[in-house]
Structures are given as C-alpha cells and as structure tokens.
Design a protein around this ligand. Structure first.
Ligand SMILES: [Zn+2]
Length: 203
C-alpha cells in the first residue's frame, strides 16, 4: 500500500461506527476481515482530525460492503454513512458552519445551495486529501471529485462513490433548510473517468 493520501481519523471512525449501527459488532468484524483490515476490529481510529485514515482503507471498506450486500446494499449503507459524517462534521465545525449559514441567509435558494456547496468543497479540501470543486450549468450543480478516496484503486462498471451522495444529500438539505434534491453520481474514476461527477438537480 502506498498510503499517500488520507482522510481525518474522525471520518474513518464515523464510517465504521455507522457500519456498526447497521451490522452490529460481529458484522463489522466480518466486513473488516473481508476488507483485509482486521487490525481495525475493535480498534477504530481515534476521534480527532489528524489525517491518519488512508484512502485505501476507505475504498476497501466500500468494496467489502459491495461484496457482502451487492450494489444496492452498499449504496444504502454509504449514503447513510455520508449523511452521518456530515452531521458529525457540522457539530465539530460549528463556528465555520455558522459563518456559512450567515452568508447563505442572503439570496435565493439557488444562491444558498451554491454558497453551501462551495463552502463544503473548501472544507473537504482543507481537512482531507480529497480534492473537489463545484461547477454548474442551467440544470445542475456538479460536485466534481478530482482525487477520490471512495473508489481509490477500484475498477467498476457503475459509479461507486455513494458516500459522497450521502454527504451531499445532508449538505443540500442543511443549506436549503430541509429541501430535497435529486442527487446522482454519473461519472466515477473507478469506471475510467478522469474525475468523479455527481449531479445535483436544480429546483
Ligand atoms: Zn469515485
């Protein structure tokens, strides 16, 4: 393993604790064995923002879930883990999030979502080695993942980065005070694309 890029420990921990909520302790142990990460069983990363959780781990856990539960089960799990990560990150970065919410208060719903997405892109880029940017056209906002931990080293024939879909569901819900948007991954580096692309329908 190269272990060149990392998520903060806390994010790795949240992925595992949300897996435990769904699978129970034994289920997570099985998952971690399948992911070839047995050293993490009963030994989750510490609850801090140090960059210590390698991209390889994120990807292997997603893949193990895929192998255990198939595409649909893995999607449900990853989306839920992503939503939980967002909620968790928000409480950790209360002041920054408050500042973003102040900025979002002015303007239309569309402007608020744009400001919110850009805020989270900056946040991701600052605290992890994941690299993302936001673009838009008439009908969609585009969450573009330039360096992606979720499919790191994987190949697949469909998008596999549903953890990001969960984060975006929670983030857009938060930025719009409860609106729901259709969010769909359309490109994934695991499929051979240069960048991962997730589309968020504009209302
Ligand atoms: Zn990906």
């Amino acid at each position: 393993m190269s272990e060149e890029y990392f998520y903060p420990n806390r994010w790795g921990r949240v992925v595992l604790t949300s897996a435990e909520e769904i699978l129970g302790e034994k289920g997570v142990a099985a998952l971690l064995n399948l992911a070839r990460l047995p050293h993490l069983i009963g030994n989750y990363p510490p609850d801090n923002m140090e960059k210590g959780f390698p991209f390889e781990y994120v990807s292997q856990i997603q893949r193990a879930f895929w192998e255990m539960y198939g595409s649909r089960g893995a999607q449900v799990f990853a989306t839920r883990a992503g939503e939980q990560s967002f909620a968790d990150g928000l409480s950790q970065f209360g002041k920054v999030a408050q500042a973003a919410q102040m900025a979002m208060r002015i303007g239309s719903l569309q402007q608020r979502i744009k400001v919110g997405l850009e805020f989270f892109a900056k946040f991701f880029n600052a605290v992890s080695d994941q690299k993302v940017r936001v673009e838009e056209d008439e009908t969609h906002w585009k969450w573009i993942i330039e360096r992606c931990p979720m499919c790191w080293g994987r190949t697949a024939n469909e998008p596999v980065c549903h953890l990001a879909v969960g984060v975006l569901k929670a983030a857009t819900g938060w930025a719009s005070e409860g609106e729901r948007f259709r969010i769909k991954p359309v490109e994934c580096i695991a499929m051979g694309a240069k960048e991962g692309v997730i589309l968020i329908d504009k209302p």
